[in-house]
Structure formats: structure tokens, C-alpha cells
Design a protein around this ligand. Structure first.
Ligand code: 13P
Ligand code: SF4
Length: 312
């Protein structure tokens, strides 16, 4: 039996479900019970009633699953699988920042720690951020944290002036418009899809801007035979599975590869997944107070997303 088969068997024996983000290595995506972007995975976590959730993504995503489903044991293959956006926004610094704007509502991108979520009015993901912000009246004063690229994109789209926390996703922010232009010149008919965590210069060049799941949907339905992705390499796996006849390429971070990997997402390996399931650790542990406070803005997000038909 190979490692993937052993994991599948153990999942059944332990009454566990494996949730994976699209940025995971292909081998993990292929054995997952459910693959999704951060919004779909949060929603899925509310529906699970197994003994264990084995979460293959990054820490804030597993934490979100724990907050939404606190009775279930949530385990992750590597506790070091963090996120540069979550790291950019320490709770103490954010508290001081927030105190400067007592009349502002706080909208937090889901890529932040549970502690930041406890100081938040509503959480959003890249899949619903624009619509959630638009659901507030134009007069509402808003702090948006921690992604200044996503926040800036929403400000430009809506004509708002949200106060932005100064954080970026180092995987998306590093992409340069010159590299994109070179790829577009070489592939003039290709469509460019970009994640809103990219900087404004790259977003300006995009034919479509959306979350991971939204880009996948666009790629599947597009008539274009060539698609360039300004996002993470892991996306290519499902895109190629969905549309084997189309050509997909990722905007590279440098000249040496056609790849752009999130070092945190790629910390998870099949061996670590197996060990984690076998030993039922590392486990996500959160105190009840944090869970109760952090749950409110996430549940609010899910309710509004449902109302707006962004999720079912
Ligand atoms: P999605 O919401 O598109 O899954 O994005 C999560 C993320 O971490 C992107 O870098
Ligand atoms: Fe965080 Fe960026 Fe990695 Fe997504 S790709 S998990 S935002 S560092």
C-alpha cells in the first residue's frame, strides 16, 4: 500500500475528514475529501460531524475550522504552516491601531489570527470581500486589515476610502507587472487571471480578478485556450484536471521557473499528513472565550454570503 492509500484507510478508521486548500501539493489534493478556497473550506467546516478534521492548508484556515466547529478535533500536518498576512498583523499592534479610529467598523480578511478576528465586526475572504464591503452604507467608516492590496483593490472598485492595515501576501505581492507584460507579449491571446492579493500594477493588467475558486470557474468556462495565472502554482493542478486541452501557466517570481509557491502551504507533505493523522497531532487548541468572540464575525460573513448568493 502506498502512502496515499494508507492515509485514505486511516481516515476511515479514525472517522476523520481531510479538507485541503487548492494550494496544497497535487498528491494531497488528490486524496482530499473536499478541496476548496478559504470561503468554501470555512463553510464546509460548519457541516462536518466526524471525530476529526485533518486540515491541509495554513494555520489560520485550520483555526477558522476549529472556531466554526469547536467540538471537533482539528489537526494540521505542520504548525509552522503560517501566512505572511497573518504574521503582518500582531494582535497588540492592531489593538493600538484600532483605538485610533473608535468610530470605524473593522472588516478583516480571513487571513489573520483568531485574536484579530475577536476585534473584528465582519470577516471576509477574497471570494466575497467586494460584495461584503458594498453591503455597508457609503458613509460607514471602515478599517480593512490586514491585506493592503485587497483593501486597495476594493477602495478603487467602490470609490471608498477604507483605512488599510499595511500587510501583504508575499507570494502574490512579489509578482511584477514587467514579468506579466513579457508573458502577455509572448502569448497575446492568453487571458490573465489574478488573485486580488496581487499589487495594483499587476491587477491593472488582468482580464479577471477573483478568489481561487472564482479563477478556477473562469478557467473552466473560458473559450481561451491559453490562460496565465497571477497566483499560486497549486491552482494549476485542478485547472489541468478540469480542462486538459487548455494550456495554463503561472506568472513566475523570477526567470528560473514557471512557478510561484507559497512556502507555508508547501510545508505539508504526504508523510506529515500520515504522521499527523496517526498521532492525532499537532492539534489546534483555542480557549472558549476566543472561540466565542471570533465566531461572531465569521458567522456573520457566512450568513451575508448566503443571503447574497455567494455561497449556498
Ligand atoms: P482564497 O480565499 O482564494 O482561497 O485565498 C486564500 C489565500 O491564502 C490566497 O493566498
Ligand atoms: Fe498567506 Fe499568501 Fe500563502 Fe495565501 S499565499 S497562505 S496569503 S502567504
Amino acid at each position: 500500500m502506498n502512502l496515499s492509500e494508507k492515509i485514505k484507510k486511516l481516515l476511515k478508521e479514525k472517522n476523520a475528514v481531510l479538507l485541503a486548500h487548492y494550494y496544497q501539493i497535487s498528491e494531497i489534493q488528490d486524496i482530499a475529501d473536499y478541496i476548496g478556497d478559504s470561503l468554501a473550506l470555512a463553510k464546509k467546516a460548519t457541516e462536518i460531524n466526524t471525530k476529526i478534521i485533518l486540515f491541509c492548508g495554513v494555520h489560520f484556515m485550520a483555526e477558522t475550522a476549529k472556531i466554526l466547529n469547536p467540538k471537533t478535533k482539528v489537526i494540521i500536518p505542520d504548525l509552522e504552516a503560517g501566512c505572511s498576512l497573518a504574521d503582518s498583523c500582531p494582535a497588540n499592534d492592531f489593538k493600538i491601531f484600532k483605538e485610533k479610529y473608535p468610530k470605524h467598523k473593522v472588516i478583516s480578511y480571513i487571513n489573520c489570527t483568531a485574536e484579530i478576528k475577536t476585534m473584528t465586526d465582519i470577516v471576509c475572504t477574497s471570494g466575497n470581500a467586494l460584495k461584503l464591503v458594498e453591503s455597508f452604507s457609503k458613509e460607514e467608516k471602515i478599517i480593512f486589515a490586514p491585506d493592503k492590496n485587497l483593501g486597495g483593490y476594493i477602495n478603487r472598485q467602490t470609490g471608498r476610502n477604507m483605512i488599510l492595515w499595511d500587510g501583504v501576501c508575499k507570494v502574490h505581492d512579489i509578482l511584477k507587472n514587467e514579468t506579466v507584460i513579457k508573458l502577455k507579449v509572448k502569448n497575446p491571446k492568453a487571458k490573465l487571471l489574478a488573485h486580488p492579493e496581487c499589487n495594483a500594477d499587476v491587477l491593472k493588467l488582468a482580464d479577471f480578478i477573483g478568489s481561487t475558486a472564482q479563477m478556477l470557474e473562469y478557467a473552466k468556462n473560458s473559450n481561451s485556450k491559453k490562460i496565465i495565472i497571477a497566483s499560486e502554482t497549486g491552482l494549476l493542478h485542478q485547472m489541468r484536471k478540469d480542462s486538459p486541452k487548455k494550456e495554463f501557466m503561472v506568472v513566475p517570481t523570477d526567470e528560473t521557473c514557471l512557478c510561484n509557491d507559497c512556502e507555508y502551504m508547501k510545508k505539508n507533505t504526504l508523510q506529515k499528513v500520515y504522521n499527523c493523522l496517526k498521532n492525532e497531532k499537532p492539534e489546534i487548541i483555542l480557549d472558549n472565550n476566543t472561540i466565542e468572540k471570533a465566531k461572531k464575525p465569521i458567522e456573520k460573513m457566512l450568513q451575508i454570503s448566503q443571503k447574497l448568493n455567494i455561497i449556498k
